[in-house]
Design a protein around this ligand. Sequence first.
Ligand SMILES: C[S@@+](CC[C@H](N)C(=O)[O-])C[C@H]1O[C@@H](n2cnc3c(N)ncnc32)[C@H](O)[C@@H]1O
Length: 235
Amino acid sequence: MKTKSRTLAKRLKHPVREMLLDRSGRNDLARLEQTLPELKDCAAGMDACAALLRPAYRHYIDNVSNDFMAASLESSAFLYSMARTMQPQTIVDLGSGFSSLVLRRYAAEASNNPVIWSVDDHGGWLEKTAEFLQYMECPSDNLLEWPNTSTIDDIKFDLIFHDMGNMNTRADALPWVTDHLSERGYVILDDMHKSEYRKKALSHMQQADVECYSLRALTHDYLGRFAVMAGPPKR
Ligand SMILES: C[S@@+](CC[C@H](N)C(=O)[O-])C[C@H]1O[C@@H](n2cnc3c(N)ncnc32)[C@H](O)[C@@H]1O
């Protein structure tokens, strides 16, 4: 299968690097569960979240985008389960699309009236996101085109899903991300399998004094992608 051979090829090409990433993923999950005991509930809820999201995910990758560009079902299930467990009030996904639906689904069932914003650096993808949200009978307001974020520049976010643009745009947006985390805020950095970006993102988080935890043990997908969670800021 094309997809299996991709992760297998990575393992054969970089066996030590892949093994070290697996190990830090396991260690970080244990460290994260100690710091944030709710994470155990979040991990336990991921299968149910994936089952709830799967039909919409299938529709999204078959009709709107594709499985390379959409956030993985694993990252999406983590995002949904984490939101359900930690009940963030202010949320933004940088890089709109399927993640925008996940967060609006959370908002629709949450009792604390969370406010969701979605931002993209590509106007065309914002329009596709709006159409998809309408098709899924979800609110399609609060969509903004990067870098015109003045509407939300005064908000501190409890949850940021960072998955926007190409990897240069994404790295350039990291200072905005850390500046906009609330006191209890966490960011999920997707696509951390990309080693250049991973180096830049981890170095930025260290400089900003924000603790990072690999989510590889929970989000590693068949394309070799995985996410890292960082927060809350220590300021
Ligand atoms: C990794 S994608 C973002 C995915 C989004 N968070 C989701 O869950 O669907 C990163 C960027 O690619 C662009 N994009 C999304 N889908 C695309 C596609 N099928 N082809 C080309 N660009 C795409 C958007 O501008 C987006 O900011």
